[in-house]
Design a protein around this ligand. Sequence first.
Ligand code: GLU
Ligand code: ZN
Length: 289
Amino acid sequence: MDTKPYVGRFAPSPSGPLHLGSLVAALGSYLQARSHNGQWLVRIEDIDPPREQPGASSLILRQLEQFSLYWDQTVCYQSQRLDSYQQFIDQCLQDHKAYFCQCSRKQIKADGGYYLGHCRHKQPKQGDLATRLMTDQPIYQFQDGLYGKVSITQALAEEDFIIQRRDGLYAYNLAVSLDDYQQGITEVVRGADLIFTTGRQLSIFKLLKQPAPRYLHLPLVYDAQGHKLSKQNHAPSISGKQAQQLLLHALGFLGQTVETGWIELSCEQILTEAVINWQLKTIPKTALR
Ligand code: GLU
Ligand code: ZN
């Protein structure tokens, strides 16, 4: 049994306001943390400026407060952690655990969509170069807290993935793992759209020689056309007035008990009830794709 005190987190990207899908991730990670008497941290993943919407970070935080989803500690901003990311990359390069790559997207597409290690031993030094991690101990499967054993395809597992893009931006898998480590996260609870990135994050923990958190992926909310709700396809944002209704809706989506009388309660009271009644076994598992 793991005896470390539970630390969970919600890690939105500020590409737009919260929508039902991100509310489900926030709520699920919150309830899982609180039902373990754990801490629940919020981290703003603002390392991709072209995809950010001005004001979205503070809007998301205000929305969380409207739902009474109050976090512990101060909010972590990835944009303030760039030195740590660079330090890790420099160390990997020095240890020959990472290398520069000049392959174009077109070349990789022609190779079947996966990067096949073309630059592993070429060590290009000139031009616009991405940095890739040498995946010499691929992760082919892991145990998910909801989905059970998850297998990762060989091609995906073995790919030397990018940790710094050619435009200099740090890659999601790098930043998220270093932050989960630095913040002492014991369990990552998030949407199942990220389930297959877990192997890459586990690889980074291996390199750090640190125990990885547990991972639990929540079902995704799809719109009427079967598309995943995302900030990119302009899912409707949440207005504070409907906070109670939306919270109950998100709870129902997660397969949790919702009593009719709860609509009269405040968000804070709904959350108190929801923590008491929280159970993983009734969460529906949507097909992974
Ligand atoms: N920032 C990511 C997103 O908003 C989530 C990262 C994570 O939970 O690992 O999709
Ligand atoms: Zn290359």
